[in-house]
Design a binder for this molecule. Sequence first.
Ligand code: FES
Length: 514
Amino acid sequence: MSHRVEIALEPLGQTLKVERGTPLRDVLFSYGVEFPCGGQGRCRGCRVRLLGGSAPVTPEQEAILSPDELREGWRLACQLTAEGPLALQVAQWETAILTDHSSFSFTPREGRGIAVDLGTTTVVAQLLDLQSGRVLGVRTALNPQARYGADVMSRIQFALASGGHGKLVDLIRSKIGSLIQRLVSSTDSEETEVRSVVVVGNTVMHHFLGGFDVEPLSHWPFETTAGGAHELPASELGWKLRGDPRVRLLPCLGGFVGSDILAGVLATEIHESDSLVALVDLGTNGEIAIGRRERILCASTAAGPAFEGGGISMGMQATTGAITAVRIEEGGLRCRVQGEVPARGICGSGLVDAVAAGLDLGVIEPSGRFSQPSSRFEISPGVSLTQRDVRQLQLAKGATAAGIRILLKRWNAGPDDLSRVHLAGAFGNYVDPASARRLGLIDFPDEAVEPAGNTALLGAKLALFADETEAGGLAEICARIRHVPLAADPEFQEIFVESMAFPARGGSGGAASR
Ligand code: FES
């Protein structure tokens, strides 16, 4: 019997040959199948449709897929191995990855540098000429760890299982290594040496890349001793670069406030501002910084992954088939779907829009309850929200709004005192501010709110030119930033509960008030 079996993927029209017994999770991730719960058989996010061959129905699948779905051939890819030839219907990744091409001021240096934004979902690397500040090349990829869970907590869980940590460390090191290799070989950098590599990311990604223990991040108080700055030769990460340049992992700011927020502070120049400025980054975790020149306060909120569609019954990344926007038209809902396909789920921006529309239509009450005793709020044929989904979004928005309020209180300030509010990352770029305002998630003056793009990547580039030791250098800026552990704040619980309600129609926010 042959040791290799063929898997045909539709509608991609591709056929793979894999070793018999290979877990489908190991091969399908690169072809668009998501594994949101890390393969624990809990989320349905990894559904594929069996078009040919045989794939057994296990008790785990029976527990989560309906008899109709099973009859139609739906299976959970995370529960299957390739035991014989298969034909599967999968969706293709088509996801927008934010890069950065903003201009910035810098002091020229010799050689080339590489800035890396290591996200939970995506990775971006840019090669720069340090003399001219010109971007010579950019490479993006999905974070390959995502097949073991969409959010940082599922990755930590996987890492704590036997062999999991090493696997996640190897995956991310080799993915960034290959992006760097492709960058260098696509330009004349073979001739000009890469002098420095700077990597920024959230606390968990920082730990995986450095090979540090993530166990302390799995429980309260979520603090580790490995969150500081690290500098090591590229070869130690398995990256082969001429001259073996140093790789700098910028320091995390505390708890779940990663070096991506430090980079965001650099990019938005909060540390140079005379007036109060906020940076809000809502990804798989919510991170906030509010401050000005002399002092910056930062915090992470246990917002959970709802803003990225995580933990939502039909939630998914903003890939093919995701509802990305929802509007009310003639009393009904009109959806925008990524790619030319029927909707198969909803991503974070679509979710925020859908709940905002539900509030305006009176389907959802300010308490978050459905106004009619129905179990689902249909957004589009085949895609709907449950009462629990709305609750998940309320928890995320409540935690975020409470975090903003507490930091503002520490400043003895209110939303109107902010001269600028930078909304960073995918949230800031893709979520409609009007819908975010309708939910009471943001309540700042319109003119102060600015989508800030990929501030983590821009900050990583700036750090390529920054000196660690000089005045105004990174170490000195870090000394001005203070982490505020929200859970330890005596008012947090009360403010959090208060912030969960949605504003009544025509009401004003409720997110952040003095
Ligand atoms: S059910 Fe398969 S990844 Fe969640």
